[in-house]
Write a protein that binds this ligand. Sequence first.
Ligand code: ADP
Ligand code: 5GP
Length: 203
Amino acid sequence: MKAQNSEPIARSPGRIFVISGPSGSGKTTLLGKLLKSRELKNLLERSVSFTTRSARRGEKQGRDYFFVGAGEFRRKRREEKILEWTKYLGYYYGTPKDFVEERLRQGKFVALCLDTAGAKHIKRTYPAQAVTIFIAPPSLEALRQRIHGRGRETVKAEIKKRLGMAGQELKESQGYDHCLVNDDFKRALAELKGIVLKYKVNG
Ligand code: ADP
Ligand code: 5GP
């Protein structure tokens, strides 16, 4: 029998769940809970991106992001350590290539929280493995309240910019495989879990 890690990625039973949605729609909170669910333990892992933005209150190096300088980000791109990258509100964000590809070779599930450009890139690169999920807020007003309530962005202008991006992001939700509205948290989590579990081989 062939060793599992020599399986070509194109035929891997692994899946990449790309989660997008406006800032404050609840991606991080929903994914955090999903990762703790009994049925997905040892199967689903979250990929931690590199970013040049600074850590918000409560964020930890290596857990939420790998916070790096612009020079280091450029070096990683040159060395092809970054699978896809984007510039969002002036900061760079990039997905670590080795982490994602290793998990796919092992037939595992990886979750990525990416902007809409990143989701399209992953879908093109791994058409057989990528599953795109859009998380929408119940309304723009709820989104505004959640970003304010989160209290992590200290700069008011930053909050305004994030809200300003939401309209365009919501328009792009139509191209996603799945779209869910995060109104009631418990219900949205159950829906997200249901989507991911559908791809689990042998139940
Ligand atoms: P994102 O990762 O999409 O930017 P977060 O997960 O940080 O969003 O969520 C933004 C804020 O909204 C957090 O304070 C979170 O606790 C809250 N939140 C998430 N889902 C809900 C929900 N269904 N109802 C009310 N508040 C929510
Ligand atoms: P935030 O600053 O709110 O953490 O992230 C801003 C946006 O960048 C969000 O839409 C988030 O999903 C996205 N993002 C985070 N990491 C990456 C990445 O590695 N690649 C891409 N394309 N988008 C990312």
